[in-house]
Design a protein around this ligand. Structure first.
Ligand SMILES: *Cc1c(COP(=O)(O)O)cnc(C)c1O
Length: 457
């Protein structure tokens, strides 16, 4: 039987959410227009809406807040953060930003000119937004299998080299400012990229003089998958693996809200002296001085400490295996989920779960709402509601993957909480025919999933 590592932490401070009755939860979700984004956080017993900025900090990080140096320039906490990124990730230069998208903005403004193409292993919302806002066209070069929830591969986030080569041949290397390489791939369900694939991408790009910038937001989770799944890495430390991964890139954008183990923060890193100079010029305009970039001194201290803690094997092992524990329980009960289980969450396949509903009846939205009623667990719809409408035709986009995302915050919940989540879902699965569809009663024109309201059909 597979075993799972116990929590590698002790609990020093606790947060006490409201524990509502079933009737109260039914009232709360109705008042929220059946949209989990509209619920109050304190009413959610287990909040799996996102793992972004929802991490629990360690006592050392909290202590670090007290030595925040809030000087406008030259903060010692910046010196600590900069040195930590260089030491753990191996980049030559670092520019701080308020969060990941701040780094994406700066990189895109410097590197992208209109009419160019950015190949990437599946898109991410904010990353693609900045690439396109600067005039580039995004091209997905992830392997085909990444789009199929049933295909179980160890490195489902890999770049398809033939697709990348075909794009270079089609548009020419001079029309490709950089390759955007995400590790892991969030939108594919937290799927990792292998070291061999990163090396192959590097070899191809070197041939054409194309730089590689990594979206390294979840790089520690990726390093854990390399250690446990790829031959030759079992005896390497997480830090050694990270350093090798980044040796195949020219720089990276990072959201500290994920693998940085903090609530806010980010950076842009690069080995390119000229890009560094330009990024320091731009960061003053959009984020703040190059010695804080929108973060407070105390944030930077906690971030530096978080980067070090994230590389401890017992931490990352528990993090990824805790997610797998939830996924494995659901798979064992026959609940349809995206396979394999990724690094940061479990994605329910809502179309298979609620097969009596059509996609127009918004199965993922309804499943997320009923999961809250059943067990007080807040999840997120990632299906037709999130995908929005086609700008030209006004028709709904109909994504192949209609999912409910259960994202696990880092160091926040225990295995007993995962049991509550699994039991609620398994019970709902047994009564799935009773779950009704939903329809819009208010549909915002942009990013509709945040504020939309629904009622039962
Ligand atoms: C969260 C995230 C971002 C954006 O980072 P923010 O800190 O939210 O701005 C970019 N890429 C990936 C893969 C992410 O998960």
């Amino acid at each position: 039987m597979k075993t799972y590592p116990a929590e590698p932490y002790r609990i020093k401070v606790v947060e006490m959410p409201n524990i509502l009755t079933r009737e109260e939860r039914a009232e709360a979700i109705k008042a929220a227009g059946y949209n989990t984004f509209q619920l109050k956080s304190e009413d959610c017993y287990i909040d799996l809406l996102t793992d972004s900025g929802t991490n629990a900090m360690s006592d050392r990080q909290w202590a670090g807040l007290m030595i925040g140096d809030e000087a406008y320039a030259g903060s010692r906490n910046w010196a600590h953060l900069e040195a930590t990124v260089k030491e753990y990730y191996g980049f030559k230069h670092v520019v701080p930003t308020h969060q990941g998208r701040g780094a994406e903005n700066i990189l895109s403004r410097i590197m992208i000119t209109p009419g160019t193409y950015i190949p990437g292993n599946m898109y991410f919302t904010t990353t693609r937004f900045h690439q396109e806002a600067n005039g580039a066209t995004f091209r997905d070069v992830i392997i085909d299998e990444a789009h199929d929830p049933e295909v179980d591969l160890p490195f489902k986030g890999n770049v398809c080299l033939d697709k990348l080569q075909a794009l270079i041949t089609e548009v020419g290397a001079d029309k490709i400012p950089y390759v955007c390489l995400a590790v892991t791939v969030n939108m594919a369900g937290g799927q990792p990229v292998s070291m061999a694939n990163m090396r192959d991408v590097k070899n191809l790009c070197v041939k054409y003089g194309i730089p590689i910038y990594s979206d390294c937001t979840r790089c520690v989770e990726n390093a854990y998958f390399i250690k446990t799944r790829e031959e030759g890495y079992a005896d390497k430390t997480i830090r050694e693996i990270l350093l090798e991964m980044f040796s195949y890139t020219d720089g990276a954008t990072m959201s500290g809200k994920k693998d940085g183990l903090v609530n806010i923060g980010g950076f842009l890193a690069t080995n390119d002296d000229e890009l560094f100079t330009r990024a320091r010029e731009l960061v003053v305009v959009y984020e703040g001085m190059p010695s804080y970039g929108g973060m407070t001194g105390r944030d930077m201290e906690a971030f530096a400490i978080g980067i070090k803690e994230s590389c401890r094997y017992e931490y990352i092992r528990h993090r990824v295996e805790q997610v797998a524990y939830l996924g494995d329980k659901l798979i064992a009960a026959g609940v349809p989920v995206v396979k394999p289980i990724g690094g940061h969450g479990v994605f329910l396949d809502a179309r298979a779960f609620l097969s009596h509903l059509s996609q127009e009846q918004l199965p993922a939205q309804s499943l997320a709402a009923h999961l809250f009623i059943e067990s007080g667990v807040r999840a997120m719809e990632r299906g037709m509601v999130s995908a929005g409408r086609n700008k030209e035709t006004g028709e709904n986009h109909k994504p192949k993957l209609e999912t409910v995302r259960l994202t696990i915050p880092r160091r926040v919940y225990t295995y007993a909480h995962m049991d509550v989540v699994a039991e609620g879902i398994i019970k709902l699965y047994g009564e799935r025919e009773k779950i009704p569809g939903l329809k819009f009663v208010y549909e915002p024109p942009m990013l509709r999933f945040f504020n939309a309201r629904f009622e039962v059909v």
